[in-house]
Ligand binder design. Structure first.
Ligand SMILES: [Zn+2]
Length: 166
């Protein structure tokens, strides 16, 4: 895992409200620490952000009435590309290591030794993937794949330029 770990300062911490699922997922793809879920709305979202010192991303105008609202960004658009652009303009999101968190549970992934990946991925993947990562929470296995190229193209289209790592 060491080779994939970025400098800690590059990873941002977000608390994302339940209306912004696609944005939450993309921020995880980008390597950020994102709490998100159906339970995170209204006060639970605000309390979580305050407790864990996270930047709130929300489309909930009611939250804005709270004068003591912790640091937050009101997301203006319904479209995830515009949303990601807006977040990217406010905080640097392009410098964390890509795909180092589970997209389902947000846990940092661990390296999975090649031999232990054998029975857990399709044979052609085991033959061709240079390395494997696993989520210690849900057990999902990850590997660099063609969709990585697709993701990078998508990010470039949004205007988030990334240095590709080997
Ligand atoms: Zn997981």
């Amino acid at each position: 895992m060491a080779e994939l770990e970025g400098k800690p300062g590059e990873v941002q911490r977000f608390a994302v409200d339940w209306m912004l699922g696609r944005l939450a997922r993309w921020l995880r793809i980008l390597g950020h620490d994102v709490v998100y879920g159906r339970h995170l709305r209204d006060r639970t979202l605000v309390d979580c952000a305050r407790r864990e010192r996270r930047l709130i991303l929300t489309r909930d105008t009611r939250l804005l009435r709270d004068r003591n609202l912790p640091p937050h960004l009101f997301i203006a658009s319904d479209h995830f590309r515009d949303q990601l652009r807006q977040v990217s303009a406010a905080v640097p999101v392009g410098a964390a290591p890509l795909l180092t968190r589970c997209l389902d549970c947000n846990r940092a992934l661990d390296a999975l030794p090649r031999e232990r990946a054998r029975d857990r991925v399709p044979p052609y993947v085991w033959d061709t993937a240079p390395r494997f990562l696993v989520c210690g929470g849900c057990g999902r296995v990850y590997w660099p794949a063609t969709h990585r190229a697709h993701m990078l193209r998508e990010l470039a289209a949004i205007g988030i330029v990334r240095e590709e790592r080997p």
